[in-house]
Write a protein that binds this ligand. Structure first.
Ligand code: 6PG
Ligand code: NI
Length: 192
């Protein structure tokens, strides 16, 4: 079958692609063990399984040479004092990078390597982030509106969620006196 070039639109304000193949919805239950304030998490879950973020993917073969791409929308909110965030992951093929373009909202990308290096980069409209190979990455919405990014990464990268589910990220984003603050994850390495 001829693999034809294709186009789609990303139109403000929502930037939902005018064509997509997968629409993933991540709710509070899918983030069990990731938020540091367990009682705040449990109390929130008792109120309902809130929708935290969504991903719209354009399906391509998971092969090197292909570039997987789509839109990630992290909704605004907090669990306790910790902002809504994505699960975060290493790529199964560690030596694979990723590019993010921020289209809307305010947030940060929390990143770390297996060796313990960490970085937090701000995401604001028009900003492009290059996530080098070996860096796990998690989008965090520190604003009052949706944090929307376009992402692209190698087709054969894969997702390793297990390592993050097990040990968490070294750094967390919490709100202190109304402002985002980077803090050490008190439960890093202790099972998320
Ligand atoms: C990827 C991208 C990106 C990511 C979403 C949702 O490798 O696919 O990093 O699309 O999947 O931002 O984040 P999680 O995959 O961590 O849930
Ligand atoms: Ni990724």
């Amino acid at each position: 079958m001829l693999d034809l070039p294709y186009t789609f639109e990303l139109n403000a304000p929502g930037f939902v692609p005018t064509r997509y193949d997968n629409h993933i919805k991540r709710t509070l239950t899918s983030m069990k063990g990731q938020y540091h304030d367990i009682s705040a998490y449990e109390a929130m879950l008792a109120e309902g399984d809130a929708l935290l973020y969504e991903v719209y993917e354009l399906a391509r073969p998971h092969e090197s040479g292909e570039v997987l791409h789509g839109i990630s929308i992290v909704h605004p909110g907090k669990v306790g004092d910790e902002y809504y965030m994505t699960k975060g992951h290493f790529h199964t093929v560690l030596e694979t990078a990723e590019i993010y373009v921020c289209l809307a909202g305010q947030g940060v990308m929390v990143m770390e390597t297996p060796e313990g290096d960490w970085a937090v980069e701000a995401l604001t409209p028009g900003r492009v982030l290059y996530v080098p190979p070996r860096w796990a990455h998690r989008s965090v919405n520190t604003g009052a509106a949706d944090l929307i990014t376009f992402f692209a990464y190698p087709g054969h990268a894969g997702h390793d969620y297990g390592t993050i589910e097990q040990q968490g990220f070294r750094k967390l984003m919490v709100e202190r006196d109304g402002l985002p603050e980077i803090v050490d994850n008190p439960r890093w390495g202790k099972g998320g």
